[in-house]
Design a protein. Structure first.
Length: 231
């Protein structure tokens, strides 16, 4: 007699956490993610269905197979995976578990997911990430990306965080991890990070400061001339 697992009917999709590598298509028109282990063979979108990595014709998650998306319940457990040397450049994903799923002690294996938030860590140099750059590896048709600051991004295929979210679509939100400083000025020059209104405001503020310094220098010059005349 085969035991049946209890069926769950949640009112809202469960939330899970996982790590993944961001990827960019060869033509630069699509963005997504790829798993860090077995799932690395199949890039997926922000809203996507799981497929069996072994090519078997069944619908994930099958009980007799380990196919399907995987995630853990606890954010801290997912963050702990980022300490491993081979996962240091991965990003942390917050996902909604959709469709059929199998619940385990530490997480889910499931059929469909929506990536809600992708949190990136700092650049290798320690500065805050301004975008995602070509990591120098990938798979046919897809480049793996890693977080970079403006200075380290020079000369590499790079997309800003906002640009990656736009290419990925489906309302993906990009965030910087705790402890990551903001991108330094004069680094990655992308309109996604600093739009025209923001640049205009910065330019106006800079001009106002220059005018103030010029006024002070003029006054100092006039005071010096008067002092010279009196002597």
């Amino acid at each position: 007699m085969r035991m049946r697992l209890p069926a769950e009917r949640p009112t809202e999709p469960p939330t899970g956490y996982k790590i993944a590598h961001p990827v960019l298509s060869q033509d630069g028109t699509r963005a997504g993610f790829t798993g860090v282990s077995l799932g690395g063979a199949l890039p997926y979108g922000v809203l996507d269905d799981a497929a069996c990595v072994y090519g078997r014709r069944h619908r994930p998650p099958a009980r007799w197979c380990d196919c399907g998306f995987h995630c853990v319940h606890d954010r801290t457990a997912a963050e702990a995976l980022l300490c491993a040397s081979e996962y240091r450049r991965a990003v942390l994903l917050e996902v909604s578990v959709l469709g059929a799923y199998i619940r385990f002690e530490r997480g889910f294996r499931y059929a469909r997911q929506r990536v809600r938030t992708a949190t990136v860590g700092p650049c290798d140099c320690g500065a805050g990430a301004a975008g995602l750059a070509d990591a120098g590896r990938g798979r046919p048709g897809w480049r793996v990306l890693l977080p970079v600051c403006g200075g380290c991004a020079r000369g590499r295929t790079t997309v800003s965080l906002a640009g990656f979210a736009r290419l990925a679509g489906e309302g993906l939100r990009m965030a910087r991890g705790a402890g990551a400083a903001a991108a330094p000025p004069g680094g990655l020059a992308v309109e996604d990070e600093f739009g025209v209104p923001e640049l205009a405001a910065e330019a106006a503020l800079l001009q106002a400061r220059l005018d103030w310094f010029q006024t002070q220098l003029t006054r100092l010059g006039e005071s010096g001339d008067r002092g010279g005349d009196q002597g």
